[in-house]
Design a protein around this ligand. Structure first.
Ligand SMILES: CC(=O)N[C@H]1[C@@H](OP(=O)(O)OP(=O)(O)OC[C@H]2O[C@@H](n3ccc(=O)[nH]c3=O)[C@H](O)[C@@H]2O)O[C@H](CO)[C@@H](O)[C@@H]1O
Ligand SMILES: C=C(OP(=O)(O)O)C(=O)O
Length: 420
């Protein structure tokens, strides 16, 4: 099993090119199921979750090839299997996003229940209730969601009592080919939702209001493939910015989307960073200063993203003062805290908050990655820890960060991958 070995690093400095967003690419790839002709996606990151999606869509009958240009072509014209198996779904929760498209296009889908994961229970009740409201009949049997929509899905007004990114995406894709109008109320507003809506519209769908909490979809009879470029990864961008800030360094992120990161940039400014942005770049400069602790409360977009919480906890560990980080989205997303404590961090967990008293340096240790962003936080901690830090179980990291150690080395980090 691969691990990362990190030595105390100098202040990071240089330029990083940001990859396409995992969380935008996953629903976009699944949306190809809705089309009657091939889709072409540019800027798809090379990640474990993308490979899992390719395996899943291939199992359903989508023909997929990566062109030399990097463009991923998905031809859905021979789809003939409507079952997403447990073997694949268990390794990637976003597999649930084939449910809406399969049901809308083929009126039938069997998708393994994703189950919980390290960060929380993560039920899919809102996805199922929304599809039922659109006329689907759903049974959960043998760990599988067995859904049917005889005669096709029908538009409906659907209120989601929790803001859910995945449910909004699944229902938006389902509604694109449903008969009549669907209104999604209390919809998620994340940039990845807007990216999916833009792509669906390019395929011939009629989606309006994405980016607000009410999305209206006028169903159409058919959709065609399109060319679409995946949005830059705001979480990868934020991770590099925090890594540079923790080391008192400076970094310029290119091919980024500054307007998707406002809450994160505001917190970095509070931490003492000088932030400058252009149309597609962000630069951060700490001017050699130690960061200041920040208070954070995660919430749906445009508030502070839960996917950046662990990285800011690592930042607070070495910052000046005390910072309180409160997690409101997932019930168990502080698995990085005990690992950071093993590195000498002064953190107290109080209900849904991590109260951190910053200390100038951490101490290298052998630590274990428990989920994707927890892994990123341990890497950041390793950069500012005296001695050597070894991060085990980095298969989580490979789910969502493209060549992270290579990119970090490019800006001066002392990090290497070791394969056992
Ligand atoms: C692939 C992808 O895009 N993953 C992101 C997506 O996950 P995902 O789409 O799974 O997260 P959701 O937005 O759905 O989850 C938000 C909250 O709603 C709850 N919930 C969700 C659905 C449901 O049917 N019932 C229910 O109770 C969840 O347990 C959680 O507490 O959004 C999360 C919140 O920004 C991010 O952390 C993930 O990185
Ligand atoms: C939690 C995440 O992803 P997923 O929803 O795929 O588990 C994440 O990207 O931080």
């Amino acid at each position: 099993m691969d691990k990362l070995v990190i030595q105390a690093s100098p202040a990071l400095s240089g330029t990083v090119t940001i990859s396409g967003a995992k969380n935008a690419a996953l629903p976009l790839l699944m949306s190809s199921l809705l089309a009657d002709s091939p889709c072409h996606f540019d800027n798809v990151p090379n990640l474990r979750d993308i490979n899992t999606s390719i395996a899943l869509l291939t199992e359903l009958g989508v023909k997929i090839q990566r062109h030399e240009s990097g463009v991923l072509e998905l031809d859905p014209t021979s789809v003939g299997n409507f079952t997403a198996s447990y073997e694949l779904v268990k390794t990637m929760r976003a597999s649930i996003l084939v449910l809406g498209p399969l049901l809308a296009k083929y009126h039938e889908a069997n998708v393994s229940l994703p189950g919980g994961c390290a960060i929380g229970a993560r039920p899919v009740d809102l996805h199922l209730a929304g599809l039922e409201k659109m006329g689907a009949t759903i049974e959960v049997e043998g760990g599988y969601i067995r859904a049917k929509a005889e005669g096709g899905l029908k538009g409906a007004t659907i209120f989601m009592d929790i803001v859910s990114v995945g449910a909004t995406e699944n229902l938006m894709m389902a509604a694109a080919l449903a008969e009549g109008k669907t209104i999604l109320e209390n919809a998620a507003r994340e940039p990845e939702i807007v990216d999916l809506a833009n792509c669906l519209n390019r395929m011939g769908a009629n989606v309006s209001g994405a980016g607000t909490d009410t999305i209206t979809i006028e169903g159409v009879k058919s959709l065609e493939g399109c060319h679409y470029r995946v949005l830059p990864d705001r979480i990868e961008t934020g991770t590099f910015l925090v890594a540079a800030a923790a080391t008192g360094g400076s970094v310029r992120c290119e091919a980024a989307a500054p307007d998707t990161l406002e809450a994160v940039l505001a917190k970095l400014r509070s931490a003492g960073a000088e932030i400058t942005t252009g149309a597609d770049w962000i630069s951060l400069d700490m001017k050699g200063q130690r960061p200041k602790c920040v208070n954070i409360k995660t919430a749906p977009h445009p508030a502070f993203p839960t996917d950046m919480q662990a990285q800011f906890v690592a930042l607070n560990c070495v910052a000046e003062g005390t910072g309180v980080v409160t997690e409101t989205i997932f019930e168990n997303r502080f698995m990085h805290v005990p690992e950071l404590q093993r590195m000498g961090a002064n953190i107290a967990l109080e209900a849904h908050s991590a109260v951190c008293n910053g200390t100038p340096r951490l101490k290298g240790a052998q630590v274990m990655a428990t989920d994707l962003r927890a892994s990123a936080s341990l890497i950041i901690a390793g950069l500012v820890a005296d001695g050597e830090t070894t991060v085990d179980r980095i298969y989580h990291l490979d789910r969502g960060y493209e060549k992270i150690e290579e990119k970090l080395r490019g800006i001066g980090a002392n990090i290497r991958r070791e394969s056992a």
